[in-house]
Design a protein around this ligand. Structure first.
Ligand code: SF4
Ligand code: SF4
Length: 351
């Protein structure tokens, strides 16, 4: 099980697609970490991911939990500003996700002036410390993104790049602007990126483009058909608020459908989230799994908006289907790199 621990609701940034600090939970953790440790101890496949707000606003809590929680693996999602406060403890992480949206001008425009340089400094710090775990550039993709340019830029520095589309709850644009951008920029960019990916695979290299890896893994070795979302929200993944409520998805703490229970004891047994129609009978359900619980539940762009996002999801899946035979013909050389992610490291696979 993936346990997403929300260290603090506060964030030092207020990115244009997000809005900053969370509401609806206390600043301080009010549940007993010993109780959480006891639950995690019984789970041989436990992954603890530190999340916020910005978790490294409270390095004291992160360091304490790293030493007290008996998790098999640890993950950190951070904007990188306070990375150096971790010191040597950074080596305890299996995966670090750094929020960065692509080229400097794109990242700084969405996030904050100087943000790109802060993330690059965090990356330097990981190298200085001899950190050997996985590092993922975690992008939000919105109206100023050129998916081909921004992903290929980040691949120069990061072993893995993942992105999530800024859709449905976005304050930056509305449905029709998204549809125009998807048609004129995103989908052609995906086609170019898939072509590049396949060309590299022919040479025995596997660019670490996480959505491509995760989708191809499902195509070749089977998905979790009938088991729903790739992110695992409400089934194999839960989020724990500072006051110990257990959520299916970390981004929607205020929605009742998202709350699995109001005490961490519920982690021992809870009713798993199910995805129904239109996903259950969708022709790409085995791969897509319903994409995102929040978007499935809250149709903030209406059914028309839901279908518009499905259109880009299906386009991506079809592009990868077209290169599947190339991938299979090189499987012997690249199988290990292709079986990604090796565990639920909070990358949701379907952008
Ligand atoms: S493409 Fe759309 S309808 Fe199909 S499984 Fe994904 S989210 Fe559901
Ligand atoms: S994909 Fe959607 S449901 Fe899953 S963790 Fe992300 S926001 Fe939550």
């Amino acid at each position: 099980m993936l346990y997403i621990v929300m260290v603090t609701p506060s964030c030092n940034l207020s990115c244009s697609y997000c809005g900053g600090s969370l509401v609806g939970m206390p600043q301080e953790i009010t549940y007993g970490v010993g109780k959480l440790a006891g639950i995690i101890e019984k789970d041989s496949e436990s992954v603890v991911a530190f999340y916020g707000g910005e978790p490294l606003l409270r390095p004291d809590i992160v360091k304490n939990f790293l030493s007290v929680l008996p998790a098999k693996r640890f993950v950190l999602q951070t904007n990188g500003y306070f990375m150096r406060k971790l010191g040597d403890d950074v080596k305890k992480f299996d995966t670090v996700l750094l929020s960065i949206d692509g080229r400097k001008e794109v990242t700084d425009r969405y996030r904050a002036p100087g943000c790109y340089d802060k993330v690059m400094d965090a990356l330097r710090f990981l190298k200085e410390k001899g950190y050997e775990g996985d590092v993922i550039a975690r992008m939000a993709v919105s109206k100023y993104t050129d998916i081909y340019e921004d992903v290929t830029h980040l691949l120069q520095f990061f072993p893995h790049v993942h992105w999530q589309l800024d859709v449905v709850w976005s304050p930056l644009w509305e449905l029709h602007e998204f549809e125009k951008w998807a048609e004129s920029s995103y989908m052609p960019g995906i086609e170019k990126l898939v072509a590049l990916w396949a060309d590299e695979i022919k040479k025995g290299n596997v660019p670490g483009i996480v959505p491509f890896l995760g989708i191809m893994k499902r195509m070749i070795w089977g998905g979790k058909a009938g088991k729903g979302l790739p992110c695992g929200a409400g089934r194999e993944a839960v989020a724990i608020t500072t006051d110990g409520r257990v959520l299916a998805c970390p981004i929607a703490g205020e929605f009742l459908w998202n709350e699995l229970g109001n005490k961490i004891d519920v982690l021992q047994s809870f009713k798993k989230v199910e995805i129904g129609e239109p996903c259950a009978s969708c022709d790409v359900y085995d791969i897509c799994g319903g994409r995102c619980l929040f978007a499935y539940k809250e149709r903030l762009w209406g059914d028309e908006g839901f279908r518009a996002v499905c259109r880009v999801t299906k386009h991506l899946i079809r592009q990868l289907e077209e290169v599947k035979d190339i991938v299979i013909s090189h499987l012997a050389e690249i199988e290990d790199e292709l079986k990604y992610p090796p565990f639920n490291n909070t990358t949701e696979i379907i952008p």
